[in-house]
Design a binder for this molecule. Structure first.
Ligand code: HSE
Length: 409
């Protein structure tokens, strides 16, 4: 019998209990042993049939020698970090969906796990139910990873899809995502790109073996995107998506999160609703796409429970999952990299002014209701140069309404 514990009984935690209960036969068949959830840690009271399993005292899990496998699905850094550290030091394996903690403290927790001959797994921390951590670490281990680009946040993809397909207002779409249990407790983590940032950091950590701190990663969210931008992008043959991307750049790494116009025929452009898609480019395999539900109770619980099974199976086998935090920042200045921009401007005599700053642009068909507005796509250029040209236009009375990178995956 494998005794397990679950820390946190929110959306994901209750999903973990449900999946283990509903799929008990499959779980035990895959594991080759019976499983028992012995404890659930949460400070709240729940009226559920398994209410007798709840405790408010972390020590009930830490000091129970029967419990060898723990799922931390509390979220946030504190006290999840302290709890995880203590459990690993006590010789218990821990898995998590907590991307904030893995992005901030993953290198340290993996080292503590290795030192104590146990595992720290985090398949659910990126892409919800999509297998990506294990494939990146094992199935693609023979490759040099040339690039990773993905739609990593289900809530923002849900909102953008509602804006694009249903012309739904931003705040109504966010409210719906919250009701469906996709959003973070603080929706700013989704909308402002921080959640996607943590996830691309974890993928960069794994792919390149170096610690990428979320604070070092340029992060833009989707709140500046209007239905006007959506309409211009559509007219030009693009969809707007929030993209996290990383790749080697010179001696360092490009790692950033921002909205992007993607050609409609791009595989990432076709990913709608709460689904996530992650494109991994390896030098031997070429492009591989991972696709599935990136958020939600049971999808995320599916990945957590798979980790619990794997940890129970790997009792005497510590995986080589790790990266090094040497305190250095490997992230290059994104403004020195080259990219094309979609630009929307307002003002007078716009075409002449634009031609003076950009030798060659592609204008987008005019929207009928926007007389003093123009939208176009620039050639690929160094970002710094782009900002200098926009500043010059501003000094000639032109107002920048929005600019969004154009990517070609
Ligand atoms: N709020 C996250 C999202 C949950 O929308 O993707 C899954 O990490």
């Amino acid at each position: 019998m494998i005794y397990m514990a679950v820390m946190g009984h929110g959306t994901v935690g209750s999903g973990v209990v449900e999946v283990i209960h509903t799929n008990k036969y499959q779980v035990e068949k895959n594991l080759g042993e019976q499983v028992c959830i012995k404890r659930i840690l949460d400070l709240r009271d729940f009226d559920v049939p398994y209410a007798d399993l709840f405790t408010k005292d972390f020590n009930d899990i830490l000091e129970d020698d029967d419990i060898s496998v723990v799922a931390e699905v509390m979220g946030g850094i504190h006290p999840a970090y302290e709890f995880t550290k203590s459990l690993l030091e006590r010789g218990k394996s821990v898995c998590t969906s907590n991307k904030e903690l893995v992005a901030a403290k993953g290198a340290e927790l993996l080292q503590i796990a290795a030192d104590h001959h146990v595992n720290y797994f985090f398949e659910a921390s990126v892409g919800g139910g999509i297998p990506i951590i294990r494939p990146l670490h094992t199935c693609l281990a023979a490759n040099r990873i040339e690039e990773i680009a993905g739609i990593l946040n289900g809530t923002t993809n849900f909102i953008l899809t509602k804006m694009i397909h249903d012309k739904m207002d931003f705040s109504d779409a966010l409210k719906l995502a919250q009701e469906l249990g996709y959003a973070e407790r603080n929706p700013s983590a989704d909308v402002d790109g921080h959640d996607a940032c943590r996830k691309i950091c974890i993928l960069a950590d794994l792919a390149y073996g170096k610690n990428v701190a979320p604070e070092a990663v340029h992060t833009e969210g989707i709140s500046s995107i209007s239905l006007r931008d959506v309409a211009y992008a559509d007219a030009a043959g693009y969809s707007i998506k929030l993209i996290g991307r990383t790749k080697p750049e010179g001696e360092g790494l490009l790692c950033m999160v921002s909205p992007a116009l993607l050609p409609k025929e791009s595989p990432l452009a076709g990913i709608n609703g709460v689904f996530n898609g992650i494109l991994v480019r390896g030098n031997a395999i070429g492009d591989v796409m991972f696709y599935g539900q990136g958020a939600g109770k049971l999808a995320t619980a599916s990945a957590v429970v798979a980790d619990m099974i794997d940890m129970a199976k790997s009792k005497d086998c510590v995986t080589s999952l790790s990266w090094v935090d040497d305190g250095k920042n490997y992230v290059v200045d994104y403004k020195t990299t080259r990219v094309a921009f979609y630009v929307r401007l307002q003002g007078k005599d716009l075409r002449n002014k634009i031609y003076r700053q950009f030798e060659k642009v592609t204008f987008i068909e005019h929207l009928r209701e926007a007389e003093d507005e123009i939208a176009f796509i620039t050639p690929v250029m160094v970002e710094k140069d782009f900002y200098a040209r926009i500043a010059a236009l501003s000094s000639h009375g032109v107002q920048l309404k929005n600019s969004i990178r154009v990517l070609d995956y």
